[in-house]
Design a protein around this ligand. Structure first.
Ligand SMILES: Nc1ncnc2c1ncn2[C@@H]1O[C@H](COP(=O)(O)OP(=O)(O)O)[C@@H](O)[C@H]1O
Ligand SMILES: Cc1ncsc1CCOP(=O)(O)O
Ligand SMILES: [Mg+2]
Length: 257
C-alpha cells in the first residue's frame, strides 16, 4: 500500500494502539498518535495485559525507563500479540547502557517484533557492533547503520527502521529512504518514542514495511512544515502536533525514495 493509502486508512479506522512506553514519552506519544489519526492507550500493569493487548490493533514496547515489573508486562504483552497475530513494534531505547537493559532487549527481540524502530546508534549496537550512542541520543550516521539494519532484518524477520537526518527502512528485501524533517526533531525529547507509538497505529492498518514507510514519511512531512513557523525546539513541538494533524495523505509521497 502507498503511504497515501496508509494514512487514509489510518484515519478511517482510527486503530487502538497499546503503548507501553517510558515516563518521558508518555504524554507526547499519546498526543502524537491522536494528532496523526489513531487512538493510544498507555497500559503497563501485567494484570491487564491478557485482556487489553488482545483487543488492540497493535502493541508498541519501549524500554526507555525500564524496571522489572514493566519488563515482565512487556514480555507478556509481546506474547499475547504474537499469539493473536497482532503486530508489535519494539523501540530498544539506549539498550547498550547496562547489562540489564542489553539482556532485556535481547529477550524482547527473541519474541520476534514485527518492526524495530530505533536511532542509528541503537541499531548498530543491536547488531553486536560498538556504536557511538550517548544514552538515548544517537552518535552515528544512518548510513553507518544500514548494514546492521539489513543483518537484523534477515536475522529476526522484522522490518527495521533507522531514523536520523534521512531515515532508512528495510525488511531485508525491500528498502526505502525518507527525507525531510527538521534539525529540531532530535532536540525534542521522546519524539522518536512517539514515532514508535504511531508506527504501531500504522502497523494496525497495513503491511509492516508499508506501515513503517508511511509513519516515517508522516513525521518528515509534518516536521518540515512545523519548521517553517517554529522559532526553536519549544514552539516546534507545538507546531509539529498541528502539522501531524494537518498533513494530507497526498503529501506523503514526496518524502519517500
Ligand atoms: N537531523 C535531523 N534532521 C531531520 N530529521 C531528523 C533529524 N534527526 C532526527 N530526525 C527525525 O526525528 C525523528 C526521531 O528520530 P531520532 O531522533 O533518530 O530518534 P530517537 O529520538 O529515538 O533518537 C524521526 O522522524 C527522524 O526522521
Ligand atoms: C531522555 C530519555 N531517558 C530515558 S527515555 C528518554 C526519552 C528518549 O526519547 P527518544 O528516544 O525519542 O529520544
Ligand atoms: Mg529513541
Amino acid at each position: 500500500m502507498t503511504p497515501q493509502e496508509m494514512l487514509t486508512k489510518l484515519r478511517a479506522q482510527n486503530p487502538l494502539v497499546h503503548c507501553m512506553t517510558n515516563y518521558v514519552a508518555m504524554n507526547i506519544a499519546a498526543n502524537v498518535v491522536l494528532a496523526a489519526g489513531a487512538s493510544p492507550a498507555m497500559v503497563h500493569a501485567e494484570e491487564e495485559i491478557a485482556e487489553f493487548t488482545a483487543i488492540c490493533g497493535a502493541l508498541t514496547v519501549n524500554i526507555g525507563t525500564l524496571s522489572s515489573p514493566w519488563l515482565a508486562s512487556m514480555s507478556a504483552a509481546a506474547r499475547v500479540a504474537a499469539d493473536n497475530d497482532i503486530p508489535w513494534v519494539l523501540d530498544p531505547v539506549a539498550h547498550f547502557i547496562s547489562g540489564y537493559r542489553r539482556k532485556a532487549a535481547q529477550n524482547l527481540l527473541a519474541l520476534r517484533p514485527t518492526i524495530i524502530r530505533a536511532n542509528a546508534s541503537e541499531i548498530i549496537a543491536l547488531s553486536g557492533q560498538v556504536g557511538a550512542g550517548k544514552g538515548a541520543d544517537s552518535g552515528d550516521s544512518v548510513e553507518a547503520a544500514q548494514a546492521a539494519a539489513r543483518a537484523l532484518a534477515d536475522q529476526f524477520g522484522a522490518v527495521i527502521s533507522v531514523t536520523g537526518p534521512v531515515d532508512f527502512v528495510t525488511d531485508g528485501t525491500q528498502q526505502a529512504r525518507i527525507s525531510g524533517g527538521s534539525i529540531w526533531m532530535p532536540q525534542v525529547t521522546a519524539l522518536g518514542c512517539a514515532q514508535t507509538a504511531l508506527m504501531g497505529g500504522y502497523a494496525a492498518v497495513g503491511p509492516a514495511f508499508d506501515a513503517a514507510v508511511a509513519c516515517l514519511a508522516h513525521f518528515k512531512v509534518a516536521g518540515s512544515a512545523a519548521a517553517h513557523t517554529a522559532k526553536g525546539p519549544g514552539s516546534f513541538q507545538v507546531q509539529f502536533l498541528d502539522a501531524l494533524a494537518a498533513t494530507q495523505p497526498r503529501d506523503l509521497a514526496q518524502a519517500v525514495a
